[in-house]
Design a protein around this ligand. Structure first.
Ligand code: OXD
Ligand code: MN
Length: 579
């Protein structure tokens, strides 16, 4: 095994960029680490980080015969991937954060969280993690630096972002031209929920997160940078940072349509992004290419279309429910070189979670002998972190500097009643309304009750870094002369029948819906107008009437609820006629 990363002195091993060096020095003076390590993103560095974590028990090696390069991390039981009540957007004006965010005045927020950071890295190493969100040579990509005292975070950032020397070089180059990088400061702290904050300062392009060990509160490139801060930047610069997967759907004619789809957490974004068409479709020549599974940055191109990049370089996917039936591509992806967090293990030390197969695990996610009386063996939000290139369906265009052109935007939620399998918005403004009206039954990705209907506009409720009223107006502003905007759709894979069973098989069969969507974009597929939008015409999709149906009387209550929810955004709600 390699030795731990050797601390490097500043500034010799650091950046030529004074602003970065000054910030690192300032953070070090506050947090007082024993060592400072500038990450170069090399294989040797990754190996050394893993070795250190295996030594001190942060990681446990999994079965290296069946899962080479795979390790398990068990987080503190009180640590969850997302804690919205401790997540703040700290803008000078309270209203700019909007009723969709918790707000704190920047000076108060800095004071509160800096008091926690004071001396918190004593005895620890401070890692400086330069990273790039998006292909390293893409003009649409944006850079950041995360300072953290967690080697687990560094290892995950290496899988999830373009991390290291190339990113540092880009940061220096851009810095010389006056382009700032996003500054993220993270400490694991004591993992005490009473001493935990995730603060965002969009006006300063900075993030401070204290007291979380894993997930989006610790890997700051993901939700904090690529959604909350980026959504703010995107509004100022005229693009969109969205909670969307990106897939390429290749038709039997050999054309590939790119689809961006927004679903709340744990509604199957990763499964859809990696969909394998059923055999009959494969034989006809249908294929799905994965560009991203969680975040899309969409920019209007010179041709009027929206072009998207996936800012991430890896998947931080939910393990439970991932199986040979639901997502064989994900299973192939995570068969090697993967960090698992909070999964269970079998007697021969393979990772295991509910839904994987019929084996009985030996240890649960907390490392206890498995006892069903303690609840699920894997934490319901157990995760895998893995580099995206390991996915068999990884798109050859995923790294294209200009992104991929988007033909359709799909919104969706988990709705056991009411909402039909698929419908199409009448135009862009109606599509924005459909996105703004989204709702979903809650899952285990956040704290709080599971199974409760929650309005989650564009799946961005936890992630939009500014006032939702301004956000909807920003979306509407893309409809301008010369624009060739994607067609907007809404899907619901989760409608249940009177017997409580799902009406739709989902997974690979979702291609039937994607086929109709692409048919609408190309102009062939038939639809029928209804008050909520265009539904597939009879026979256009091979599905039961029970799942395709629109029931007028039931939608009256839904619309009243949508109106109530949107009214919360008050005067900043666009005056635009939405219906
Ligand atoms: C995620 C989430 O981790 O949305 O992707 O919670
Ligand atoms: Mn997500």
């Amino acid at each position: 095994m390699n030795a731990r990363p050797r601390p490097q002195a500043m500034p010799a091993a650091g950046s030529r960029l004074a602003a970065l060096n000054d910030w690192v020095a300032e953070v070090a003076a506050l947090t007082r680490p024993d060592r400072i390590h500038w990450c170069d993103g090399s294989d040797a560095e990754y190996a050394a980080l893993l070795a250190g974590m295996l030594d001190d028990g942060t990681l446990v090696a999994l079965n290296q015969d069946t899962h080479p390069g795979c390790y398990l991390h068990r987080s503190h039981p009180e640590d969850v991937a997302r804690v919205e009540h401790l997540t703040f957007v700290c803008t000078r004006e309270r209203d700019d954060a909007g009723p969709n965010n918790h707000w704190m005045a920047p000076a108060d927020a800095h004071a509160q969280v800096d008091a926690l950071f004071d001396g918190c890295m004593r005895g620890r190493t401070l890692y400086v993690v330069p990273y790039c969100m998006g292909p390293i040579d893409s003009p649409l990509a944006r850079c950041g630096v995360e300072i953290t005292d967690s080697p687990y975070v560094v290892a995950n950032m290496r899988l999830m972002t373009r991390m290291g020397a190339d990113a540092l070089a880009r940061i220096e180059r851009e810095g010389a031209q006056g382009t700032p990088f996003v500054r993220g400061l993270h400490s694991t702290g004591e993992l005490d929920p009473a001493r935990r904050y995730i603060m965002h300062f969009p006006e300063e392009l900075s993030i401070k997160s204290y007291g979380s060990g894993y997930g989006g509160n610790a890997l700051l490139g993901k939700k904090c940078h690529a959604l909350r801060i980026a959504s703010w930047q995107a509004r100022q610069e005229g693009w969109l940072a969205e909670h969307m997967l990106i897939l390429g759907l290749e038709t039997p004619h050999g054309d590939t349509h790119y689809i961006a789809a927004a679903f709340p957490s744990a509604c199957g974004k990763t499964n859809l992004a990696m969909l394998i068409p059923p055999q009959a479709y494969r034989e006809q020549g249908w294929k799905v290419w994965t560009v991203g599974d969680d975040i899309a940055w969409l920019h209007p191109g010179a041709d009027g279309r929206l072009w998207a990049i996936n800012p991430e370089a890896g998947y931080f996917g939910v393990a439970p429910g991932t199986s040979a039936k639901t997502n064989p591509n994900a299973l192939a992806t995570i068969a090697r070189d993967t960090i698992f967090t909070n999964v269970a293990v079998t007697a021969d030390n393979q990772p295991w979670w509910e839904g994987l197969d019929e084996r009985v695990p030996a240890l649960d996610w907390q490392g206890r002998p498995y006892d069903p009386a303690n609840g699920p063996a894997a934490h319901p939000n157990a995760r895998f972190t893995v580099n995206a290139r390991q996915c068999p369906s990884w798109s050859p265009h995923a790294e294209d500097a200009q992104g991929v052109p988007i033909s359709a935007i799909v919104f969706g939620g988990r709705r056991s009643t009411l909402v039909p399998l698929v419908y199409e918005a009448r135009d862009w403004a109606h599509g924005v309304f459909v996105g703004a009206s989204m709702a979903s039954e809650t899952t285990a990705a956040a704290t709080g009750q599971v199974g409760v209907l929650r309005r989650d506009p564009m799946a961005m409720k936890p992630f939009c870094g500014y006032h939702f009223g301004d956000y909807f107006a920003h979306w509407l502003s893309f409809d301008r002369p010369g624009a060739r905007l994607p067609t907007v759709f809404h899907v619901n894979w989760f409608r249940k029948g009177a017997d409580g069973r799902f009406l739709w098989p989902g997974f690979g069969e979702n291609i039937r819906v994607l086929e109709w969507i692409v048919g609408r974009v190309e102009g062939g597929a038939q639809a029928e107008d209804t008050p909520i939008g265009r539904l597939p015409a009879a026979g256009a999709i091979d599905a039961s009437d029970a799942i395709l149906r629109y029931e007028h009387a039931d939608w009256i209550g839904e619309q009243a609820d949508v109106d109530r929810a949107l009214a919360e955004y008050g005067e900043r709600l666009p005056a635009h006629a939405w219906r």
